[in-house]
Design a protein around this ligand. Structure first.
Ligand code: PMP
Length: 357
């Protein structure tokens, strides 16, 4: 008798998962490793959480997330049908990859970028080709004018912090009428300019934003995509084939409260930009070099001391930043912009540490 050796593992979808920044449970550390906002969310968010009627949780939430989509549409000058809301922009991007990248041709994205893009491509078996940034970490738009199955670019890019104007993206979108172009604007609220106005002109442009950074709501998980009604319809078709109820009622209400307080949003983003500019000055005095950042982080390399050594020294002193052991960026640290006090502590520490080097 021949016994079949069953190897169920052959049928497993194997992936190398994305590695998120560490979330230490000790609240006493200075945490500058995941680009969170150092300030609280808008005060109205607290009121929503406080006053939420738990009885409402008996029912399923609104699968269309209408109230929040409408608030976002109003803020961006779009119609509700041009907005798709998901569980953080990671969820929105994952859905977008699944929906729009379905070709035998490779999708294109920069070699140095958000390290979730290649993970989703692998997960969904989407072929991809990385396009090298130039020596100043700038995107070369010619690289995105070849045959492809789609394009995804973070603007400002992460972890470099480098930003390009909407006119730069318009050229890429114009050159690719046969693909969907996704611009991931997770960090656009810190001095960049959004590609949203281009949506009216280009049916194949999808712009993705998040509440995690500039709205101080990483823990709530809200992200959203904006595009032509047609793109959003396709995205919804896939979402409703996967999980109808992605957004819970508490999150929807708190999200609306955040969007409605534009003044608070402007105040905290302006404060973070001011701290960033002051931090840049001191980092330069300490012999760090960095591309000019338009985000809530700075991607810095020291002229003499290896990044890994600085990372270890910071870590020993309960200061968390991000470091990747990857080609081209192994000598850089990504330092999120915290409060003035946090940045002073970090910079004073670095000054003393580097003096002894
Ligand atoms: N895009 C980029 C470029 C990011 O850095 C991040 C944050 N890790 C995200 C998307 C996802 O953010 P979230 O899911 O919190 O909205």
């Amino acid at each position: 008798m021949v016994i079949d050796i069953m190897n169920w593992e052959n049928n497993v979808r194997k992936v190398v998962p994305y590695v998120a920044g560490e979330q230490p449970q000790n609240n006493n550390v200075i945490k500058l490793n995941t680009n969170e906002c150092p300030y609280p969310p808008a005060p109205e968010v607290q009121s929503v959480l406080h006053g939420f009627d738990s009885c409402l949780l008996r029912k399923y939430p609104d699968p269309d997330v209408s109230e929040l989509a409408a608030a976002l549409a109003k803020r961006h000058g779009l119609s509700k049908e041009q907005v798709f809301v998901g569980v953080g922009s990671d969820d929105v991007l994952a859905m977008s990859f699944l929906t729009f990248f379905n070709s035998d041709k490779p999708i294109l994205f920069p070699d140095i970028t958000y390290s979730f893009y290649d993970v989703w491509a692998d997960l969904y078996k989407i072929p991809y080709e990385c396009q090298p940034l130039d020596e100043n970490f700038r995107i070369r738009k010619e690289d995105y004018q070849k045959q492809n199955g789609g394009i995804v670019i973070a603007n400002p890019n992460a972890p470099t912090g480098v930003w390009e104007a909407p006119s730069f993206f318009e050229e890429i979108v114009k050159a690719n009428p046969d693909s969907v172009v996704i611009v991931d604007e997770a960090y656009v609220d810190f001095g960049g300019e959004s590609c949203v106005p281009l949506i009216e002109k280009y049916e194949n442009l999808l712009v993705v934003q998040t509440f995690s950074k500039s709205r101080a709501l990483a823990g709530l998980r809200i992200g959203y995509a904006m595009g032509s009604e047609k793109l959003i319809r396709y995205l919804n078709d896939v979402k409703f084939s996967f999980n109808s109820y992605t957004m819970n009622g508490v999150t929807i209400k708190a999200g609306v409260a955040s969007v409605e307080n534009e003044e608070y949003f402007r105040r905290i983003t302006a404060k973070i930009m001011e701290t960033r500019e002051n931090t840049k000055k001191r980092l330069a005095e300490l012999d760090f070099i960095f591309p000019d950042s338009k985000t809530n982080f700075i991607f810095a390399s020291h002229k003499h001391v290896p990044a890994q050594e600085i990372f270890d020294a910071l870590r020993k002193n309960e200061i968390y930043v991000r470091h990747w052991n990857k080609p081209r960026i192994e000598n850089y640290l990504r330092i999120s912009v915290g409060t003035d006090e946090e940045m002073k502590t970090v910079l004073d520490f670095l000054e003393n540490y580097l003096k002894e080097k």
